[in-house]
Write a protein that binds this ligand. Structure first.
Ligand code: FDA
Length: 366
């Protein structure tokens, strides 16, 4: 008999398993995928660590979490500074003085602020009714048209005038020549990839892959005193209040033998509407790779339907209300711990998942 059946070998399940086994508990970890790691999984191909589920950059402001993850890997000094390609024009992200200089030729923060203010005023938007108005009211028409509109419309699969304003609450605008995307104190990519981290976390657990919990839930449940569930919360309750909605993604990865440097940066966002993908990731640049070949991944946003990979929860009022109903049911399950991005129906960065798993551990053991 195991102490815990952990459904999902992603970061949440792995942190929980690591902490439980450290305390002498026996864990059985199952995952329906053929590998551990969930969405942080990286696969090594010709010495390049390929981020199979999109670019994963570790960043946090929390020293404890930084020290926690550093037990399992050393991190390099990668700093995320994506660029935008708008019809062949290249702009620095996040929006900063380099971006404003390229857009308008301005060189000082005062000039840039004036330009943005002038555009915001011209737009005359006091109460934004949709995402388009919201974005223009925050940063003006030029940034919106070239760097936000096309990208966002591709991401959500519909025109910006039909998207709710709440999707963009604020748009970080920086009046310094600083291309570092994150403001956090700590960031980097684990040398050797992410999978080794999960490997180490699960070293003392029994792992079974390519098994779907729901195909034989009763039998799995009998194997442990408690369940840690990191799958979709609506599926756990057999969709009794309805299906929670997501956006999905598809990834197209190519090994390019004939070039050692395809785009000169790890992440390039395509912000026009016509290019069907939203970004191209060139994996070797995450680790300053010097291989004589390269691997790129094109990321295409996709509609989600049940059975597809759920990537981004759509946290609108309808879905959030439905989630609350599921959450109330989950609270009554005495022997099940619900955690991770799917069981709590929210977008989590990696440091947040680790933080929430450690809170669950504390609640369980302290
Ligand atoms: P995760 O989804 O990883 O794990 C859940 C596991 O449960 C999966 O392996 C799944 O197969 C399994 N499972 C589900 N149902 C099951 C069932 N019925 N039976 C068996 N197994 C089942 N974060 C960050 O900090 N920096 C970044 O740059 C990025 N970038 C990024 C890009 C993209 C495209 C996405 C979608 C996400 C990010 N993230 C990120 C977020 C990061 O991926 C996320 O925080 C963690 O992967 C979440 O870990 P979980 O364990 O919660 O879920």
């Amino acid at each position: 008999m195991y102490d815990y059946l952990i459904v999902g070998a992603g970061l949440f399940g792995a942190v929980f398993a690591y902490e439980a086994t450290k305390r002498g508990k026996k864990c059985l970890v199952i995952d329906k995928r053929e590998h551990i790691g969930g969405n942080v999984y990286t696969e090594e191909v010709d010495g390049i660590h390929v981020h199979k589920y999109g670019a994963h950059i570790f960043h946090t402001n929390n020293q404890e979490i930084w020290e926690y993850i550093n037990q399992f890997a050393s991190f390099n000094r990668y700093t995320n500074s994506p660029v935008a390609n708008y019809k062949g024009e290249i702009y620095n992200l996040p929006f900063n003085m380099n971006t404003f200089n390229k857009l308008w030729g301005v060189t000082t923060p005062t000039e840039a602020k004036q330009k943005i203010e002038e555009q915001r005023r011209k737009a005359h938007i006091t109460k934004p009714r949709n995402l388009e108005e919201q974005a223009i009211s925050l940063v003006g028409i030029d940034i919106y048209e070239k760097l936000i509109k096309g990208y966002t419309e591709k991401q959500w699969g519909r025109p910006a005038e039909q998207l709710p304003a709440f999707i963009i609450k604020r748009l970080p605008v920086r009046f310094t020549y600083d291309n570092n995307y994150f403001n956090d104190r700590f960031q980097g990519i684990p040398i050797g990839g992410y999978t080794q981290i999960i490997d180490k976390m699960l070293a003392d657990s029994n792992i079974k892959l390519q098994v779907d919990y729901f195909q034989d839930k009763e039998t799995w449940d009998k194997q442990a005193k408690k369940v840690v569930y990191t799958g979709m919360i609506d599926q756990f309750f057999d969709y009794k209040f309805g299906t929670l909605q997501y956006r999905s993604l598809t990834f197209e990865t190519s090994l390019l033998d004939d070039t050692d440097n395809y785009q000169g940066n790890a992440v390039v966002n395509y912000t026009d509407k016509e290019t069907p993908y939203t970004r191209i990731i060139e994996h070797k640049h995450f680790e300053h790779g010097t291989q004589d070949k390269t691997i790129i991944t094109k990321e295409y946003p996709a509609e989600w339907k049940p059975g597809d990979e759920p990537y981004y929860p759509i946290n609108d009022t309808t879905n959030n209300t439905m989630y609350k109903q599921y959450k109330a049911l989950a609270a009554q399950e005495e022997n099940v711990i619900f955690g991770g991005r799917l069981a709590t129906y929210q977008y989590y960065d990696m440091h947040q998942v680790i933080g929430s798993a450690l809170v669950a551990v504390q609640k369980e053991f302290d």
